[in-house]
Design a protein around this ligand. Structure first.
Ligand SMILES: O=C(O)c1cc(=O)[nH]c(=O)n1[C@@H]1O[C@H](COP(=O)(O)O)[C@@H](O)[C@H]1O
Length: 278
């Protein structure tokens, strides 16, 4: 069975290093001429899949925008995940889960077990109950060729107060997370299956990403003010592992399928230039 890291490495080589988020904000549904209800949600997602599913390496549905419609919204998430997988893009479900280990095991089976209705290629996870409280996710991901992206340095201004705090050994909380994920990726041939989330907005924080050998998801581009040009400053030696991620910046171009494709292509061109062909 091929690992998530290998599958992602290939997808990024074939389709380019780009992740596009599906974040159906109420304002975006309105802007697209859709109703702010399950019907609008379903049409929005179908259009994004049609426009981008066959060309973007990774698509990242944000679970909150589906959950706000209850069971029917989650049903749209389920069918969107299926459509995306059929279209050939990898699906990274943005759920930022984290809990005590026994509950994390249930989250793992919800998202990373191939028999689950919400099975995806990878999920986002929160390390603030301790990185290794996420072990059941890491284990199930490794068993079934899935991936986990753990929050390290988030794109929001509030994150630094927690993530830059230093522990007894002098490392920041973020560096401790980074180092634990690097351990999990030891021995990976192309790219490890365990990634980190590092916002494109954070500037040079002095964190060392050189040993991670796993994907570095970079949200915060576009709508939050992050630029492709700043990726070099943020990531330093981690630059070859960066997976830039855009949601509103690309989605604003819809609902026209051609315009969505053009916006994603522009984002990819900017990122390729910034990443220097890595
Ligand atoms: O895990 C994430 O994807 C994430 C981490 C982070 O530090 N910052 C961040 O913005 N995100 C998510 O990335 C998306 C950003 O959306 P835009 O600002 O519209 O591009 C949202 O779904 C956020 O929840």
């Amino acid at each position: 069975m091929e690992s998530f890291g290998d599958r992602l490495h290939r997808a990024m080589a074939q389709r380019g290093p780009l992740c596009v988020g599906i974040d159906p904000h109420p304002g975006l549904l309105t802007r697209w001429g859709l109703t702010d209800d399950v019907d609008g949600l379903e049409r929005f997602c179908r259009t994004v899949v049609e426009a981008l599913g066959d060309r973007v390496a990774v698509v990242k549905p944000q679970s909150a925008f589906f959950e706000r419609f209850g069971a029917r919204g989650v049903a749209v998430l389920e069918s969107t995940i299926r459509q995306l997988r059929d279209s050939g893009s990898l699906v990274l479900l943005d759920v930022k889960r984290g809990d005590i280990g026994s509950t994390v095991a249930a989250y793992a089976s919800a998202y990373l077990d191939p028999s689950s209705p919400l099975y995806v290629d990878a999920v986002t996870a929160s390390p603030y109950l301790g990185v290794m409280s996420l072990a059941p996710m890491f284990e199930l991901a490794a068993t079934h060729g899935g991936g986990v992206f753990v929050l390290a340095l988030t794109s929001n201004p509030e994150g630094a107060a927690v993530q830059h705090a230093r522990g007894a050994d002098g490392r920041t909380v973020a560096q401790a997370v980074i180092d634990e994920i690097a351990q999990l990726n030891r021995g990976a041939q192309t790219m490890g299956s365990f990634g980190l989330v590092v916002g494109a907005t954070i500037g040079d924080t002095g964190h060392d990403l050189s040993a991670v050998r796993g994907p570095l998801l970079a949200p915060g581009l576009g709508a939050q003010g992050g630029t492709a040009a700043a990726l070099r400053t943020v990531f330093g030696a981690g630059l070859p592992w960066v997976l830039p991620s855009y949601s509103r910046e690309v989605l604003h171009a819809g609902p026209d399928v051609g315009a969505l494709r053009a916006a994603a292509q522009r984002a990819l061109t900017d990122c390729r230039a910034a990443l220097g062909g890595s």
